[in-house]
Structure formats: C-alpha cells, structure tokens
Write a protein that binds this ligand. Structure first.
Ligand code: NDP
Ligand code: 2IT
Length: 448
C-alpha cells in the first residue's frame, strides 16, 4: 500500500492494535501516505522509532462523569482527555461534547491537532478531549453541573504549561466559562488554562471568529497563488452553521463571495441569489433548526431535510465545516460534476480518503483541515500569550496576526508540496510541514 516497507509493517501493526477505531486509522493512513516520500529518504525516522512514537498518544485519561439532571436523576457519562504529543509545547486542543464521542474520534482529533499546531509556528503540542454528553436540549443548569463534574477530574491533568483545552463541537463560550470557573476555584489561580474564554475574564478578541475567518484567509491565498483570482462573486456552499461555519460564511461575504447554501444537522437551505447571512446569524445562534426556520423569513429559498444533499448544489467553492466524514465519495463526484473547483476543510477530516482522491484527480484544489482550519488554535495560542503577558491585544492586532499565520501555513504547505510532489497537493505538503517540526523536536529531546 505504501512504498516504504517500514510504513507497511507499521500500518499493519497499528491496525491490529487499534481495532474498532476507524476514524483513528483513517487519520493515520492519510498521514502515512504523505510520509512515504520522507520516510524513504531519511533512515533516522525508522532508526529512532519516530513513527512508532508519533502514532501512540503519550497519555489517555478516561474517567466517569456523574451529574444530576433537572428531574433529580443521576446520570453517568464518559469523559476523556487524549494528551497526544508534547514535543513542541503543552498539550493543546479542544473538548468535544457530543453523543458520538469515543476514543477513536478523540485519538484522530488529537493526532491531527499535533501537526496542525506545529503548522501554526506557535509552541503548542497536540491534545483533544471531551465526553459522550450532548448539550443539545439540556438546560443551563444541567450543562453547568455537567461541566463542573467533568472538571472535578480533569483539572488535575491541566495547567497553563501542561495542557490547555478549548472548545469544539458542543463546547463554546458557555461551556468553557463553566469549566474555567470551577477550575479556577479548585486551583486558586487565574492563569488562563482554557482558551476560547469570555472577553471579560481573559479571552482573546477574534477567537470566536478565528477558525472561520482563518479558513477564508487560507482560501483567499489558494485562489491568489493557483488561479490569480479572488473570492469576488464566487458561489460558496458551507456545511454546518456552528462556530466555524457561521464565521466562514460571514468572512466569505466580507471578501465578496456569495454563500448560496448552508446546513445544520437537520437539513440545508439554498438560495441561488445568496443567503441573507444576517438572518442566518441570528437564527444559528438561537436555534438548532436554523435552516428550516430560515424559510419563514425568506420564502424564495428552498429547504431540503437531508443535509447531505447540500453537496449536489452547483458552486465554485465548497467548505465542509460540520464534522468528520460528512463528505463521502458520491458527494465529491457531485461537486466535480457541478463545476466546483475548490474544497477547503473547516471541519476536521470531513472528507473521506476516497473523496479526497477523487477531488484531487479531478484537479479540484483541496485544502486539508489540519492546515485550513488552524486559525482557531492559532488564536488560542495568541490567547495564551496575552494571558501570560497580562495584556490584551486589540481586535485589529489579533486579526492581522491571524491572517499572517494563515498565509504562512499556506506557504509552508505549498513549499513542501512543491519540493516533494505536485505543488497543488496541499495534503502531502501540510502533513510534511507539520511533521518536520515535531520530528526535529523529538529528535533533539532524546528517546522517551
Ligand atoms: P459547533 O458545535 O459550533 O457546530 C457544529 C455544526 O455542525 C452545527 O451547525 C451542527 O448542526 C452541524 N452538524 C453536525 N453534524 C452535522 C451533519 N452530519 N450534517 C450537517 N451539519 C451537521 O462546532 P464547531 O463549529 O466548533 O466545529 C465544527 C467542526 O470544525 C468540527 O469538525 C470541529 O472539530 C472543527 N473545528 C473547530 C474549531 C473550533 O475552534 N471550534 C477549530 C478547528 C476545527 P446542529 O446545530 O443542528 O447540531
Ligand atoms: O480542532 C481544533 O483545532 C479546535 N477545536 C480548536 C483547538 C484549540 O485549542 O483552540
């Protein structure tokens, strides 16, 4: 499967050792494919067991979370933190609260986070965590009690120079606030420790918007370099209308693009003349059924109750911003047939491996999530810096730094792609660029 025998043997071993963890194996497979070039040319990687070490999390913490719901019933959930790799800095990565959360999903996320964080150029290792708890439909009180009980275990594994969590699916300002509040009470220290905090207690300006905005800065750079073009009048479709999808849409509009379709978990809404994003914004922040409700405000739009059908809508640019494996092969075929020429991942691993290959073979420009959605964690890194300095930057200062970081990530991925393969292959380029930094740090720090 790979040209390197070392990687073939290792992939067999990792598949056996991680049976029943399809998402994790998918992330490793994509990574190994990109590493084939490097591994064949550098024998130190095998000699120092770099790949064996890099695919094994440094630590996985798994714990029971017990909490009482509004009816007085005691509930039990599973909480996790995967501390994947600390070669270049403290573990850093979000927490996901969703019923689907399990070890496979958190391992794939923590693994990808390691290379994403390396690409930002900031000193952050990789981690991810969460729980199989679904905040949707829960009262504020229930969410607060869950967050507090989750932190009663996790707090002992965190620290501003040890492990710094943030948000992800199902975890936003509210959840981070509740978790940070109880953390601070237990350890009696105001050292930040979470990113994505509220602006009144150490949060950074632009963090809320950062992943979506960063995605569009990345897309802007792809258009400029590969097509001598920009976002003006481009028809864009976006899956997901959460923290990432919504802010991607708003920045796309600001840069001249036209967002024609957006989805949520229940369906999607389409208007070939462009959605009214002010309505999307107010609905997306107050309801989980924004796409259906949108029709009450704009009757010229159409609604489809299968969110997957969004990929059949003709567009120039598609931005999957919801969840893993939401863009399979059939959807990639529909995008190509309908003239889409650029796909950039706002979510983590939203495109399946065969779908990614189909897009690349059809000459669709493709940006992998570990590069294109790194803006969120990049501003998290800037939040850590501001907390450590005890001095906040202005909106313009953070936004400018975000744009510079995203442009640099594009350049790193582009340069590695050009060096080792086709200059359009940002999957290989981003994986190599991220890996190189972690690899060098691991070599320098000895075997452990
Ligand atoms: P949110 O919980 O804020 O939003 C998730 C959105 O996706 C919601 O609109 C949800 O709909 C929708 N959704 C979930 N499943 C599906 C589906 N199968 N089809 C269509 N829509 C769906 O999460 P985020 O925006 O924070 O995260 C989205 C993705 O971006 C994740 O992959 C995450 O890992 C990644 N990411 C997040 C970063 C961050 O800083 N937040 C940074 C980098 C990547 P509904 O509201 O109806 O449930
Ligand atoms: O996937 C991601 O990069 C995030 N959820 C953000 C992580 C962070 O620490 O800001």
């Amino acid at each position: 499967m790979f040209k390197s025998e070392y990687l073939n043997g290792l992939f067999k071993q990792v598949s056996e050792r991680n049976e029943g963890q399809p998402e994790y194996l998918q992330a490793v497979e994509e990574f190994f494919e990109a590493m084939d070039f490097i591994v064949l040319s550098d024998p130190k990687i095998e000699k120092f067991g770099i790949m064996e070490r890099i695919i094994e999390p440094e630590r996985i913490i798994k714990f029971r979370v017990t909490w009482i719901d509004d009816t007085g019933k005691v509930n039990v959930n599973r909480g996790y933190r995967v501390q994947f790799n600390s070669a270049i800095g403290p573990y850093k990565g979000g927490l996901r609260f969703h019923s689907s959360v399990n070890e496979s999903i958190l391992k794939f996320l923590g693994f990808e986070q390691t290379f994403k964080n390396a690409l930002t150029g900031l000193p952050m290792g990789g981690g991810k965590g969460g729980a199989d708890f679904d905040p949707r439909g829960r009262s504020d009180g229930e969410i607060m009690r869950f967050c507090q009980n989750y932190m009663l275990e996790l707090y002992r594994h965190l620290g501003p120079d040890t492990d710094v969590p943030a948000g992800d699916i199902g975890v936003g300002f509210r959840e981070v606030g509740y978790m940070y509040g109880i953390y601070k009470k237990i350890v009696n220290e105001s050292t930040g420790v979470f990113t994505g905090k509220g602006l009144t207690y150490g949060g950074s300006l632009v963090r809320k918007e950062a992943t979506g905005y960063g995605l569009l800065y990345f897309v802007q750079e792809m258009l400029r370099v590969y097509r001598n073009d920009d976002l003006k009048d481009k028809k864009i479709i976006i899956s997901g209308s959460g923290k990432v999808g919504l802010h991607a849409a708003l920045k796309a509009r600001e840069l001249g693009g036209k967002v024609v379709a957006m989805s949520d978990v229940n369906g999607f809404v389409h208007d070939p003349n462009g959605l009214d994003l002010d309505i999307v914004k107010s609905l997306a922040s107050e309801t989980t059924e924004f796409s259906k409700k949108y029709l009450e405000y704009r009757s010229n739009a159409t609604y489809d109750e299968n969110p997957m059908n969004i990929w059949t809508i003709p567009c120039d640019i598609a931005l999957p911003c919801a969840t893993q494996n939401e863009l399979p092969l059939e959807s990639a075929k529909a995008l190509v047939d309908n003239g889409c020429f650029l796909v950039a991942e706002g979510a983590n691993m939203p495109t399946t491996l065969d779908a990614t290959k189909h897009l690349q073979h059809a000459d669709v420009l493709f940006a992998p999530g570990k590069a294109a959605n790194a803006g969120g964690v990049a501003v998290s890194g800037l939040e850590m810096t501001q907390n450590a300095m005890h001095y906040p930057w202005t909106y313009a200062e953070v936004d400018e730094k975000l744009e510079v970081i995203m442009t640099e990530i594009f350049n790193k991925a582009y340069n590695e792609a050009r060096k080792y393969t086709d200059h359009r292959n940002l999957v290989i380029g981003a994986n190599i660029a991220g890996f190189m930094r972690v690899y060098q740090a691991m070599l320098d720090q000895g075997v452990m």
